[in-house]
Design a protein around this ligand. Structure first.
Ligand code: ZN
Ligand code: ZN
Length: 315
């Protein structure tokens, strides 16, 4: 094994994208330093903030919560409020919620759980309903991907949770890969108007809860490594519905480019960050303050996306 490029001790990790080898303490220090840098660059955490933290039981949100808990004592009055969403996907969600609970217990933080089935429908039921409608001849129902339902309902429920917990902002465990993929997908779909919605520090206008992404500089492949070194429990299994997604395709493409041209993903992320402010005026864009006529949550139209999808499924 090679030696650590920072301290010379035996290395434990080889980082392909910048051809460096690191020992365990140097790797963990670098992982945490990236979160601190993102916090600084995008002014994410402020004194006295109440921060709802989306925790899924997966590698990214587990690593994020652990680093935020380490940073918290230095930010006076900062409170972390972990939230987990149970989408109602049998076989997949229960073990991951157990991991989220274990981590919160070890950090001495209470975990709030919000269920799709209490507010919408369980994902398994949503997919069964969609498939039945699809099979029915002449059905007007749109052929939507499972990730569309899951993503929109999860987003709506996290917003609701943050609101009910009286949080100032919501931290999401999206990593550098996630943001690079989203950027690529937006380019391929010409969704320029949505650039703001996946920025590292977004929202806070029109009644939406501001969202922060403390892992924006952390490559996805490093989260499981960090969790293993820090004994953070996480559930690795893939969502059984994820193969239906456009994101899966973007991820495969970016991974194969990265393999041949190391550093490409970081470059794409940086391109997004430097273009974002130019295209939309960054986060300064004033939003319309509209409320959904059905559920009362903030919405960009008369009806929020969650209520619209629910109506479509029930209709
Ligand atoms: Zn070292
Ligand atoms: Zn609504």
């Amino acid at each position: 094994m090679s030696s650590c490029d920072k301290c010379g001790k035996p290395a434990k990790v080889n980082l392909h994208y910048n051809a460096t080898a690191l020992c365990e303490p140097c790797f963990c220090a670098q992982f945490e330093a990236r979160v601190r840098q993102a916090n600084k660059d995008f002014k994410m955490l402020r004194l006295g903030d109440r921060v709802a933290v989306g925790v899924s039981g997966g590698k990214d949100s587990g690593a994020m919560l652990n680093v935020l808990a380490k940073m918290a004592p230095a930010i006076r009055g900062l409170e972390l409020l972990p939230v987990t969403i149970d989408e109602g996907i049998d076989s997949y969600r229960l073990p991951s919620i157990k991991c989220a609970q274990e981590l919160c217990n070890s950090l001495g933080l209470p975990l709030a759980t919000y269920r799709f089935s209490d507010h919408f429908k369980a994902m398994d039921d949503i997919i069964a309903l969609r498939n039945r409608k699809k099979a029915k001849k002449g059905s007007p129902s749109k052929n939507r991907r499972s990730c569309t339902y899951c993503g929109i309902f999860r987003r709506a429920l996290l917003d609701r949770a943050a609101r009910e917990l009286d949080a100032d902002k919501l931290a999401i465990g999206h990593n550098a890969d996630d943001v690079a993929q989203t950027f690529l997908m937006n380019l391929l779909r010409r969704d320029e108007g949505k650039w703001e919605s996946f920025s590292p520090s977004s929202g806070g206008y029109g009644g939406f809860i501001p969202r922060i992404k403390p892992l924006i500089y952390n490559p996805e492949a490093e989260s499981p490594q960090y969790c293993k070194f820090k004994d953070i429990p996480f559930y690795e299994c893939k969502c059984p519905y994820s193969s239906e997604s456009f994101r899966g395709e973007a991820k495969r493409f970016l991974n194969s480019v990265e393999e041949k041209f190391p550093g490409s993903k970081f470059n794409l992320l940086q391109s997004y960050l430097s273009l974002q402010g130019k295209v939309e005026g960054g986060d300064k864009k004033p939003g319309r303050a509209t409320k959904c006529g059905k559920c009362g949550m903030p919405s960009s139209g008369k009806e929020c996306m969650a209520c619209m999808l629910l109506g479509e499924l029930n209709g």
